[in-house]
Design a binder for this molecule. Structure first.
Ligand SMILES: Cc1ncc(COP(=O)(O)O)c(C=O)c1O
Length: 410
């Protein structure tokens, strides 16, 4: 294994929890990740020593707070290899980042007769905002279908992109684990005259991310899935596009001037950060970026490929046709979210039985109902792996599934 997981686990205080005599096996990081001590401490230290409003006051403490907040932006920008700190807009989460693009860019650029291309594997966060705006503006949505093994079916991509103004797609599916060919897709979008919006919510926490190499126009991600706190996410955008877009939310902080007859928006990134920002959360996100950088994102990716490959192999070896794994089985083209159907047992029952062994997996539609319909299921169970999971966790998952068969007498 490329990470020393026994050392990594010591960084996460919650993993010391023992419930009913059993250790915690946390396999729900695709929903939200656990937090290392470094993040918890950075946030506590900031609250105890430097907390004050940002950008607005002239006293020493406020300067410290502002500098810490802007340093977090700088760290996030470096983490995704953006070119300028102004390209990073802090939002509440990835959902808000995607809504920002849809409302601001889409609101200014889309109308009747226009088309936006999405894919069948999108999270609701990259579907519903488009549907809402499409209903208001009268543009239409088109969809990239999937192959039988849960990859994007790109056979008709040039036709699908014909006349499209924006192509929104995930870089890694939260259900199937599929990693999409981002550069190929952004190039195809641009060749068709469309902008490319990448939902990188599952990608940034797990794979080295280089927005310049991706060739995207926007990418969205959330802090809470990458060892940081909830309450903050980020939009990276091309500066010329962000500059040309109208503000998303109005209020304090996002203005250069306000008169009775109107307002002038502040320059980037303040234009898109209306109101008091998530200050402590930004400090936590900055610490999370430091933590992941310390582990090394290339090693994080390699580790997850190892664990995911082992998990898929062992689940298949033990249960054969009794387990159906959705999405590609080759770890080279997928991340660590493994959705599965187990015998005839409902995913919620699977999750409850695993909980008796203190194994936390998600059951449900994973905010991807259109994808559930494509897969022909109402829900799946999903085990997802991160930096603190190892092969022992895999074995406990595999063994604990036996209990589900016993309880449901299958
Ligand atoms: C692929 C994907 N996109 C978007 C989101 C939305 O993230 P958030 O709820 O943090 O806004 C998620 C969260 O599960 C996700 O997995």
């Amino acid at each position: 294994m490329s990470l020393d997981v026994s050392r990594v686990r010591k960084d996460f205080p919650i993993l010391d929890r023992v419930i009913n005599g059993k250790r915690l096996v946390y396999l729900d990081s695709a929903a939200t990740s656990q937090k290392p001590r470094a993040v918890i401490d950075a946030m506590t230290h900031f609250q105890e020593h430097s907390y004050a409003p940002t950008h607005r006051s002239a006293y020493q403490l406020a300067t410290e707070s502002t500098e810490a907040y802007e340093m977090a932006r700088h760290k996030v920008r470096r983490f995704v290899n953006g070119q300028a700190d102004e390209e990073i807009v802090f939002t509440k989460n990835a959902t808000e980042a995607l809504n920002l693009v849809v409302r601001s860019w889409g609101g200014a650029n889309l109308g009747p007769g226009d088309t936006v291309l999405l894919t069948h594997m999108e999270h609701h966060a990259n579907i519903v905002p488009w549907q809402m705006l499409a209903a208001e503006r009268g543009f239409s949505l088109r969809w990239v279908p999937l192959t039988a093994d849960g990859q994007l079916d790109l056979t008709d991509l040039p036709t699908l992109l014909d006349g499209v103004k924006a192509f929104g797609f995930t870089a890694m599916s939260n259900v199937l684990g599929t990693i999409t060919p981002v550069r190929h897709l952004t190039d195809a979008a641009h060749a068709a005259g469309a902008i490319a919006i990448v939902d990188a919510c599952q990608f940034v926490p797990h794979v080295p991310t280089d927005v310049q190499a991706m060739g995207a126009d926007f990418i969205a991600f959330s802090s809470h899935k990458m060892c940081g706190p909830s309450g903050i996410g980020a939009l990276w955008g091309r500066q010329e596009l962000l500059d040309a877009m109208p503000p998303f939310l109005g209020g304090g902080q996002m203005i250069a001037d306000v008169r009775l007859d109107g307002f002038t928006a502040a320059p980037l990134p303040a234009k898109f950060e209306a109101g008091t920002p998530p200050i402590t959360e930004a400090i936590g996100l900055g610490a999370a970026v430091d933590y992941l950088t310390g582990l090394g994102m290339a090693d994080v990716r390699r580790h997850e490929m190892d664990v995911t490959g082992t998990a898929i192999g062992r689940l298949k070896d033990r249960y054969g046709d009794d387990i159906r794994i959705f999405g590609p089985t080759n770890p080279e083209i997928r991340g660590g979210a493994i959705s599965f159907a187990f015998r005839d047992i409902h995913p919620h029952d699977v999750s409850q039985v695993l909980d008796q062994s203190n194994v936390c997996v998600r059951a449900g539609h994973h905010c991807a109902k259109p994808l559930m319909r494509v897969l022909g299921v109402g829900a799946t169970a999903r085990a997802s792996f991160y930096v603190y999971n190892d092969v022992d966790d895999v074995d406990i998952l595999v063994d604990s599934l036996d209990a589900a068969s016993d309880i449901f007498s299958i």
